[in-house]
Write a protein of this length. Structure first.
Length: 221
């Protein structure tokens, strides 16, 4: 069955924001008495997950409460950084604009952060109004709920949707949804081992630049 829909993650796929968000998370965690959750750990374990799920995991592991104002503090700092520093990943606008397929965004980010990131980088016009946040489903990535939701909203069977993802949580969610997934490792947060991790989870291919994506999708058809 041919690919009809491309579902794009946002952070680390369309925009180079994952490193910004994870750095702020790690700094805030350190200031609140969680020094073991370094930037490296946050990137490896929690990139692609909703902040709600990250907080729940850390509090379960440590038996400690992070604080009710953590999310607001992080959101304020991340939005400031996005407003001034955020860039689209090279080639994203050109490739998205030229793809003769339906397109949408499915992201773990909250709607306000997602809207800001896509607006600041000029990418919103390529997807609007098909921009879906994990707040719309009961379970975020690595559960498949958000990808099922996006495909249903677009009227496309899951097996005809191709996901572009950079995170372990996102690739896991796409595989669980029965969707072919392309692992994107072009973000500044990706380590040299990241490609192997995504392949091991079941990514159909790995790309490091948006210019590679049309050929990869063509091979999946």
């Amino acid at each position: 069955m041919s690919i009809e829909l491309v579902i794009c993650d946002c952070d680390g796929v369309l925009v180079d924001s994952e490193i910004i968000a994870c750095r702020v998370d790690a700094e805030e965690l350190g200031q609140r008495g969680f020094p073991d959750y370094t930037l490296e750990i946050v990137l490896r374990r929690f990139a692609g997950m909703s902040q709600h799920d990250m907080i729940a995991s850390i509090e379960k592991e440590t038996g400690l409460t992070i604080g009710g104002d953590f999310a607001r503090a992080v959101e304020r700092r991340v939005q400031e950084a996005i407003s001034t520093d955020l860039q689209a990943l090279p080639g994203a606008a050109e490739v998205i604009g030229s793809l003769a397929l339906r397109k949408c965004v499915a992201s773990s980010s909250r709607p306000d952060k997602l809207d800001l990131a896509l607006s600041v980088t000029g990418l919103r016009k390529y997807f609007d109004p098909y921009i879906f946040s994990s707040v719309l489903v009961d379970r975020g990535k690595p559960a498949p709920d958000l990808f099922f939701y996006a495909a249903a909203q677009m009227g496309v069977p899951p097996q005809r949707a191709c996901v572009i993802e950079d995170s372990i949580a996102g690739v896991t969610a796409a595989i669980a949804a029965g969707m072919p997934v392309v692992g994107f490792v072009g973000g500044s947060h990706c380590s040299s081992q990241h490609a192997d991790s995504l392949l091991a989870l079941g990514a159909a291919a790995i790309v490091s630049h948006w210019s590679e994506i049309p050929d990869v999708i063509g091979r999946l058809n």
